[in-house]
Design a protein around this ligand. Structure first.
Ligand code: PTJ
Length: 251
């Protein structure tokens, strides 16, 4: 990858790579001003789950994938951080699901929208993917939200019944749930409003989630029963137990 020099054997390689992707994206104008702060908060929570996909996240991911596969009105919503970190795998997932991907950002400017749309378009060309990329011409609004963050596309987010929205903010998550959608949240913070508000919350890092969903796509394993609150409690219990273990390992 361009000017990224870290050795894959470096113990913090994955983390350094993600930071590098975000630095590059920031230079290209893809990110919100607070994007790196949001990432840092995510990193702190990732540390608590051991920087890996834990069982509760895998269960939520499998259930989310069943929901995405079993509808003809799925949509994947991407913001700046998500496009920079997981744009390729989410475009591949959209292609497998035959669903549109919509650029939908919280801190909306025409410049950011344009560079994010071009970024996804370049991925589409490079991997020869048949995916409809939406967001350039919003023609609908998410009810209950004020300002530019409510803008969306009728053919995408507005009409969807199952929506994958990584790193979403609490208000918009609540508004999407109020529209009757199955809202799949990806958030490393199990205590965020979105995590608690979502229909299916995957407490895992977006790069790993996107890769897992693409890898599992061909498996026909269906998770029929899922309780989001219970799954979130299991996640918190996991963190609690690993903290106790870490604490016991200190002399
Ligand atoms: O591109 P925009 O304008 O839509 O803005 C995107 C950000 C992320 C800047 C914006 O949505 C924002 O400010 O988000 P918050 O409110 O800081 O929430 C981000 C949440 O995502 C936090 O709870 C983080 O723990 C979590 N998070 C950060 N990085 C990751 C993550 N979760 C999964 N994977 C990550 N890589």
């Amino acid at each position: 990858m361009d000017d990224f020099a870290a050795d894959p054997s470096h113990p913090r390689y994955e983390s350094l790579l993600k930071r590098h992707l975000l630095e590059n994206a920031a230079e290209r104008g893809m990110l919100a001003g607070s994007a790196l702060i949001a990432h840092g908060r995510g990193e702190a929570y990732d540390y608590l789950i051991g920087e890996k996909t834990i069982e509760s996240a895998m269960i939520a991911s499998k259930y989310a994938l069943s929901k995405l596969k079993n509808t003809s009105r799925a949509v994947i919503s991407v913001n700046g951080n998500t496009a920079a970190l997981a744009g390729v795998d989410l475009m591949k997932l959209a292609s497998l699901l035959r669903c549109p991907i919509e650029v939908n950002i919280f801190y909306r400017t025409p410049e950011r929208m344009s560079v994010l749309l071009k970024h996804l378009e370049a991925i589409k060309q490079e991997y020869d993917l048949d995916v409809e990329i939406l967001g350039a011409t919003p023609d609908a609004r998410i009810p209950g939200l004020e300002g530019p963050r409510a803008k969306c596309c009728h053919a995408g987010i507005f009409s969807s019944d199952v929506i994958l929205v990584p790193l979403e903010d609490g208000d918009r998550c609540e508004a999407l749930v109020a529209m009757g959608k199955t809202v799949i949240v990806v958030d490393l913070n199990p205590l965020s409003r979105s995590a608690k508000m979502g229909s299916i919350t995957i407490v895992d890092e977006i790069t790993r989630v996107a890769k897992n969903l693409v890898t599992m796509f061909g498996n026909n394993e269906e998770v029929l029963q899922f309780d989001n609150s219970e799954n979130l409690r299991n996640t918190l219990n996991y963190i609690n137990e690993s903290l106790t273990e870490m604490s016991n390992s200190i002399d």
